[in-house]
Ligand binder design. Sequence first.
Ligand SMILES: [Zn+2]
Length: 503
Amino acid sequence: MTTPPLRWFPLPHGFARRFPLLVLTGLAVVLACRPQPAAAPARQLAARGALATGDLAITNVSVVTMTDSTVMRDAAVLAHDGRITYVGPQRELRVPIGTRVINGRGGYVIPGLADMHTHLFSDGEEVPDSAGPAELGVMVANGVTAVRLMIGTPEQLALRDAVRAGTIIGPQLWVASPQLTGRASENAIVTTTDAEAGEAVRRVKREGYDFVKLTLFLTPPVWESIIDEAARENIAVVGHVEPDVGVVRAAAAGQQLEHLDSFLEAALADSAPMKASLTQYRVFQMRNWPSLDFIDPGKVDALAGAVARSGVYVGPTQNVFNTAFGAGESLDTMSARPDFKHWPPRLREGYLRAHARYWAPANDTIKTPERRAKYVAIRDQFVKALQDSGGKLLAGSDTPEWFHLYGSGLHRELRALVHAGLTPYEALLTATRNPAQYLGASSAWGTIETGKRADFVLVTGNPLDDITNTARIRGVAVGGRWLDRVTLDQMIDRGARATAGSQ
Ligand SMILES: [Zn+2]
């Protein structure tokens, strides 16, 4: 490869051979994504994480149960054999002999967080598959206890089994298929005909993936064949949306929508002189940026309402897209984050080159500061309008994209959703109850309630007052197993060595 791989943004010409989020062509990176229907198949109800034996109590805390927006004060949480057995007043807590007691004084217990869109370094060629368990450890260390991996590999199916069996510590895993795409790429199933579409869907179902993941360059007829076959096979379709298919049509078909793909195109004024806007790789093409001047605000609300009424879930992946393409981040900002040291050197160089190209001063005459601000503002309007229309949002970090690391990137996504106008409570729903509902797992996790998995995070500060408090982690329980701050830091360091140290 002559160009550095941007792995999770689908690149058209062998640039990112296996990750599809954004495509980078020469000057251009494209965003590819994944879709998904309203409800996940019943088989996903199966438990996906091991449960620790014994008793664990977190005492003297406030509890953000996420059953509603109130906070339970002077409270305690007790878990037995990996499930919550008590949530209530501290004074009524009865601690069994032998219980591991964590004094959480001054802290807040929140449900373990779910990231509905992430990838691993180890699904590319720069980092060996053996790094996978350490990568999952980084997620847990950042408070993430349920994850959907968005471009699957056989190795990830094995990780899913290992987490379920308890042989490694990781978030419960849902694994989408390799990307169905119209052009060769990494971890891809090239799908250009009806026959290939049918075979691709049957294959990923047969191989045990949880979703059919779509990325780029799928024609409308092929997309339709995928939708039809997935319905017959009872497997949900998730991911990117081609503008030629369109948001309304994809939503009506039950596809779960990622990245707000094709929302901009659908909101162009009837009088606009262009049809293309900034979905996927088009964001890298200067000629598409003037389209932002032709967005019809009335269409934004109407579109959000239509999507909300369809009942499909939407994962906007707001943080990565807004920071990468609109607000921008300086090299100093990116390299100062702890995330940076997790990047394998070759991949890091690739992203830095892509970043330099994208932000070249010569592009400013078309990709003006005003238009970049509008890009963020319109994406935020879509998110807010979806929320206000009763739409269902999912938090997804799309990490490790653009120097946002899995785990920590999810906390930034929550902040981005608040920036879009959600309350902290609404934002936190997108990483707790909403994903549990989406995955058909509400009876097992998503809130702090008796009977649920003991997946929770002890943080400093109330996240419902300030969403940045979700990242101030003192300890994490996963399936009732307590991991203190020292242990979490060790897990993060181990992850960095496994990925950045692998070249
Ligand atoms: Zn992705």
